[in-house]
Write a new protein. Structure first.
Length: 307
């Protein structure tokens, strides 16, 4: 059996809650490589894969309406002659599919028809730490700056500049707000990135670099994962923060919410919380996740073993 798997929790379990020993259903990709990212368009599930022997080369597959996986055609990497870019990723937001590589020379394509046609959004040679999508807007971070693409204006704008020389730790949606962490604190935007306000200076992540900090927000809870330090946790809307040990490992790479339960992973094990993140329990039959996402017909867990 192929050990490079993308797994999906059955829809019935999603509706009735997730026991710690819940069974997961395998959805092995036809290419037999690890899944790096997941995206959704209606009931269709997209998965980008990488070749561990050469991360510069990869592709994507789609499962339409829960059917078998099949390859999809992606835009030619015009900014990466010879396939010199690093691993490619897929994401989805507000009916859009995105195909991108953040590292130099970065590229970004968008599809509004489920992957049949793609439009180049980022035509210039660029380097980014991270792409993030909210509504119809596109963000990318580089060092201590967040740039925002407004599709109405068709231009990029400076959304946020940190007062520190620390990298932006990450962006996430938090209900109808956005969250980010820089070295000095956690900031919130109530207008989809037009402006930002300091939410709390209790969370200090300096001098960690990008990749050492991740931000998550669900309901009234918010989290900042800081490598080798712990999980800053707030369960009262960001008013108060407590630095807790990680449920496992030294860094949480992904977190999601489903029917009032939180799920997270350090890449090796997967955990769930039923008390808004105050405590975590290991899901015994779930492997570690590169990415956890709710969409399509269930909860999907992208795993890559042996990488």
């Amino acid at each position: 059996m192929n050990k490079f798997l993308s797994l999906v929790l059955c829809a019935a379990a999603c509706l009735t809650g997730i026991p710690a020993d819940a069974q997961w259903t395998e959805h092995s990709t036809p290419v037999g490589f690890p899944v790096s990212s997941l995206a959704f368009s209606g009931d269709d599930v997209f998965a980008a894969w990488v070749n561990p022997a050469n991360p510069a080369f990869g592709g994507a597959v789609v499962s339409k309406g829960g059917g078998p996986w099949a390859p999809i055609e992606l835009p030619q990497d015009t900014l990466c002659p010879g396939g010199l870019c690093k691993p490619k990723y897929l994401d989805s937001e507000n009916g859009h599919l995105y195909y991108f590589n953040p590292t130099w020379p970065a590229f970004l394509y968008r599809s509004d028809d489920g992957g049949d046609n793609w439009t180049e959004i980022l035509p210039d040679f660029t380097e980014a730490d991270e792409f993030f999508f909210s509504g119809d807007r596109i963000f990318y971070t580089i060092a201590n700056v967040v740039w925002l693409y407004d599709p109405v204006a068709g231009q990029w704008f400076n959304s946020f500049s940190s007062s520190t020389n620390s990298d932006i730790g990450g962006l996430c949606k938090w209900g109808d707000q956005l969250l980010l962490a820089d070295g000095a604190g956690v900031y919130v935007s109530n207008n989809n990135g037009d402006s930002w306000a300091l939410l709390s200076d209790q969370v200090r992540t300096w001098p960690n670099e990008h990749g050492d900090v991740a931000v998550f927000g669900f309901g009234n809870s918010a989290f900042v994962s800081v490598r080798d330090s712990g999980l800053y946790t707030s369960v009262n809307g960001g008013a108060d923060w407590v630095l807790k040990p990680f449920p496992g490992g030294d860094f949480l790479v992904t977190m999601t919410e489903l029917n009032g339960r939180l799920l997270c992973s350090d890449g090796l094990r997967t955990y769930q919380s039923t008390d808004n993140g105050l405590s975590w329990q290991r899901m015994r039959n779930a492997p570690g996740a590169v990415q956890l996402k709710a969409g399509g017909s269930g909860l999907f867990l992208a795993a890559s073993f042996g990488i």
